[in-house]
Design a protein around this ligand. Structure first.
Ligand code: NAP
Ligand code: 8YV
Length: 312
C-alpha cells in the first residue's frame, strides 16, 4: 500500500518518528530551512499532520494542504489547532487524553510543594555552604490551606486528589458546576480571594487567554501562590512578573510560559519562583503512551477504522 504523506510540524522524539516513518511518508516542516519550498513541493500531496500540544497549525498553513484529512496531536491540549475550521472542512483531529493525566498532576503537586517549602532556594542554600552560618528560614505548611483549581477536568481532578492527600482543602472554578464534593466558585476572582494556592489546569486558546490577569493576582494576594501547568497563554505573564516583583503574591510555580521556549529574564531573576521547562508529561512511560496514540490514530484513520481519541 502507498504510504500517506504526513507533514511534521514539531520536533518529535525518535520513538514517535520511527514508527511514523515506517507507516507514512514524513516531511519535516519544523526543521525545513525553506518551508515555502517544501510546501510548494509536497503541500498538495499532504494527507496528515503531526504536531505537539504546544505547537500551532494556522489556517494559512492548512489552506496550503488541499488533501489534508487528519491532524494527530502529540498532547492532550489542542489549542494550537483551529478546530472549528477543521470541523467545517471535514478534517479530523485527535489528541492524547488520559494517558498523561497522572504525570501532569504529579508535576502540579510537586510545584505546590516546591513553592510552599522553598525547596529550590533551600537546595541552593545548602550547596552554597550557607547552612554552616545558620538555618534556612522557615517556610509555609500545606495542610489546612485552600487550593483553588482553575479547570477541574481530568488533570484538575487528579491534582485535587493529590493535594487533598497533603491535607489541603479544595475548591474549583470552571464554566460549569460539577457533581463533586469540592466547593464551586462561579467567580474566579472570588475563589482567588480565599485561595492560598491557585492551580491552573484549564485548556489554552482564545477563550482562556489571560484569564489569570492583574485583578485575579491582586485577589490572590501576598499570601497566595500561583501554579500553572496548563498553558502560558492563560496567565498574563507581564502582570505576574509585576506581582512577583512587588510581592503582591507570595510566589509562583510554572511549567508553561507565554512564549516557549523563551522565558523572560525578569521572571528568571525572581527569587520566589520555581520554573520547569514544560515537563508535565515528560516521562518515558507517558510519552511512549502518547506516541502510541498518535501512531494508532493515524493508522486507524488511513485504514478506515474508528479513531481512538478523536477531538472532532
Ligand atoms: P479537560 O479534561 O478537558 O479539562 C479541562 C477543564 O478546564 C474542564 O474541567 C473545563 O471545565 C475547564 N475549562 C474550560 N474552559 C474553561 C474556562 N474558560 N475557565 C475555567 N475552566 C475552564 O483537559 P485535561 O486533560 O485536564 O487537560 C487540561 C489542559 O492541561 C490541557 O488542555 C493542556 O493545555 C494542559 N496540559 C499541560 C501539560 C504540561 O505538560 N504542562 C500536559 C498536559 C496537558 P468547564 O467546561 O466546566 O469550564
Ligand atoms: C506535551 C502538553 O509537553 O499534552 C499537552 O497538552 O502540553 C504536553 O503533554 C506536549 O504536547 C509534547 O510536546
Amino acid at each position: 500500500m502507498e504510504k500517506a504523506p504526513v507533514l511534521v510540524l514539531a520536533p518529535l522524539p525518535d520513538f514517535l518518528m520511527n514508527p511514523l516513518r515506517t507507516a507514512h511518508l514524513c516531511h519535516d516542516y519544523f526543521h525545513a530551512e525553506d518551508k515555502e519550498a517544501l510546501l510548494n513541493e509536497v503541500g498538495a500531496t499532504i494527507r496528515g499532520i503531526t504536531m505537539s500540544g504546544g505547537s500551532v497549525s494556522p489556517v494559512a498553513l492548512l489552506e496550503r494542504l488541499p488533501k489534508l484529512e487528519i491532524i494527530s496531536v502529540f498532547g492532550v491540549g489542542y489549542d494550537g489547532v483551529p478546530v472549528d475550521w477543521c470541523r467545517e472542512h471535514g478534517i479530523r483531529v485527535t489528541n492524547t487524553p488520559d494517558v498523561l493525566t497522572e504525570d501532569v498532576a504529579d508535576m502540579a503537586s510537586a510545584l505546590v510543594l516546591m513553592t510552599s517549602r522553598r525547596l529550590i532556594a533551600a537546595n541552593r542554600f545548602l550547596h552554597a555552604g550557607s547552612w554552616k552560618q545558620g538555618p534556612f528560614p522557615l517556610a509555609h505548611a500545606l495542610h489546612g490551606k485552600l487550593a483553588g483549581i482553575v479547570g477541574l477536568g481530568r488533570i484538575g481532578k487528579a491534582i485535587a486528589h493529590r493535594l487533598e492527600a497533603h491535607g489541603m482543602r479544595i475548591a474549583y472554578h470552571g464554566r460549569t458546576r460539577q457533581e463533586v464534593r469540592w466547593d464551586y466558585f462561579e467567580s474566579l476572582t472570588g475563589m482567588a480571594r480565599v485561595a492560598d494556592f491557585l492551580v491552573v489546569a484549564c485548556p489554552g486558546g482564545a477563550s482562556t487567554k489571560h484569564l489569570i490577569n492583574a485583578d485575579v493576582l491582586e485577589a490572590l494576594g501576598p499570601e497566595g501562590t500561583l501554579v500553572n501547568i496548563a498553558r502560558g497563554s492563560v496567565v498574563d505573564e507581564a502582570a505576574l512578573i509585576a506581582a512577583l516583583q512587588a510581592g503582591t503574591i507570595r510566589g509562583a510555580g510554572l511549567d508553561v510560559f507565554e512564549n516557549e521556549p523563551q522565558v523572560p529574564d525578569a521572571l528568571m531573576k525572581c527569587e520566589n519562583v520555581v520554573l520547569t521547562p514544560h515537563l508535565g508529561s515528560a516521562t518515558h512511560e507517558t510519552r511512549a503512551e502518547m506516541a502510541r496514540l498518535v501512531v494508532e490514530n493515524l493508522a486507524a484513520h488511513f485504514s478506515g477504522a474508528a479513531l481512538l481519541t478523536p477531538v472532532c
